[in-house]
Every structure is written in C-alpha cells, then in structure tokens.
Design a protein around this ligand. Sequence first.
Ligand code: NAD
Length: 279
Amino acid sequence: MMIDGDKNMSSMGLVIVGAAGRMGQALVRAVHTMDGVHVDGAVERAGSACLGKDAGELAGVGRIKVEITDDPLAAFAKADGVLDFTTPDASVDFAGYAAQARIVHVIGTTGCEAEHEDKIRMAAHHATIVKSGNMSLGVNLLEILVEQAAKALGPNEFDIEVLEMHHKHKVDAPSGTALLLGEAAARGRNIDLDQNSVRSRDGHTGARPSGAIGFATMRGGSVIGDHSVLLAGTGERITLSHHAEDRSIFARGAVTAARWGNGRKPGLYSMQDVLGLSA
Ligand code: NAD
C-alpha cells in the first residue's frame, strides 16, 4: 500500500485544508483510498489541538506520514491541488495562495457573502478554482431537474419551496445546497433569486407573494444533508428530493473536481462543468 506522505511522481498530490474537520477527515479517507491521488499535505488553523498529528490516524485510516501543520504556503508549494471545506474567510486566503502556487483549488465551503464571492472571482483570474455548494453527483443532477420543473410549471400554477435539514453543528443557513437549488429554480423561471426569495417566515406574514421562492431550514442531530424542492399547485404537489447518507459523496466529488481542474486554464468553474452537465 502507498504511504501518502511518500513522493509519488505519477499520482496527483492534494493538500487538505481544514483536515481535522468533519469534511476534512472525510477527504483524507477518500483521497487515501482513491487511485491516482495521494494526501500530500494537511493544514489546520493556527492553535488547533490537532497540529502535529498524523492526518491519516486522525481520519481513522492509520498512519500516512502526513503531519497536520498551520503553514499552507509550504504545503501548497509542493502539491498539485487543494481541497478546501473550511470557512469563507479561510477559503479567500487559500484562493490567493493557490493562485501563487499555480495549483487547482477546489472550494466546498458554504456561507460565502458577496465580498467573499467577489474575492474568489478575482483570484480565479490567475487560479483554476472549482467551487460548488454541493459536490455530489446526485445534487448536481437534481439541480438540472429543478430548473426544468420550474421552467415547465409557471408561477401562476405552482409555488416553489426549498426545504433543508442538517446536523446541529452547521453554522450557515439556508445551506449552500438549498441556495444552489433555489438558483436553479430561479433560472428556470428566468427571475433573480435575491429579488424573489423568502428566506424565513414569522408572525403575520400576509399571503404568499406570487412567484416567490421560499426557504425553510431545520437543524438537529447528525443529519448530513436532506434537501427537497416542493412545487405546490392547486390539488397536486411534486417533491424532488436528495438525501446525503455519507460525507464521502462530497469528498469523492471534490477529488473528481481536482483531477478535472489539474492543468486546466484559470477560471471559476462549477461541478456542473466538472460533470459535463452545464448547458
Ligand atoms: P467543520 O467545522 O467540521 O470543519 C471545518 C474545519 O476547517 C475545522 O477543522 C477548522 O478548524 C478548519 N479551519 C477553519 N479555518 C481554518 C484556516 N484558516 N486554516 C485551516 N483550517 C481552518 O465543518 P464541516 O462540517 O467539515 O464543513 C466545512 C464547510 O464545508 C462548511 O462550510 C460546510 O457547509 C461545507 N460543506 C460543503 C459541502 C459541499 O459538497 N460543497 C458538503 C459538506 C459540507
């Protein structure tokens, strides 16, 4: 078996930032078990209790001879790509470092505000970035189905609501996936999501605005990610759903994105591009 920390010229070396997090550990497990890639570095925030630990041991796959450090620049300098499921501020910094190192940067981090998105878009002038609120094949297919359904079923006949549930530790709402599905519905209706979304309801809200795209958020337990898009008409209702049972679906998608982006010209790409699903 290959030890990830040992140099292997034919294999793509990936740095996992946020290596001690829920997704970070899932990424270490995925990269360690997939062909043609190896864990080349593991980075955590300064002050993390996990600095100095072996990334493989922490993720439960045994020692891989990759120590978790708080030095992204040194890790990026010798790698081919970065897998990043951290925080918006950290992802902006990593985009700059990945651009300097000229390596592909896969961003799964959600909860980015407009200022983060702007900075990531700027970095993509010099870097190859693949960013998506959901890296799974299933949700990316669902995105297309939602766009088609929203296009076929107009706002006078069908109301669209996006419902999501995640584990109790999740810090942003609605989820990146809920927003991605809302964007798909808005594209299908040819409307701007920001101008037409209802993100929460409380008290005397009045009747539902026609054409609005509503969001409902639930948090609790260990749910990895449940999403449904409801199209509610008079006398009938369509529900398009996805249930994530294991974080490995996102981790494998991120590795696929890194391989796809390796050596590709700078730009900001999505999982739809990676999977060949974009129009
Ligand atoms: P988590 O809190 O378990 O892990 C985040 C890790 O990032 C932590 O270990 C933290 O210490 C580390 N971190 C923060 N700042 C850092 C820095 N500056 N340098 C290095 N490490 C740093 O969270 P999680 O559940 O793993 O989720 C992480 C992100 O990924 C969230 O935004 C979540 O919504 C998103 N996510 C995306 C997808 C997708 O498919 N796109 C799937 C699941 C989760």
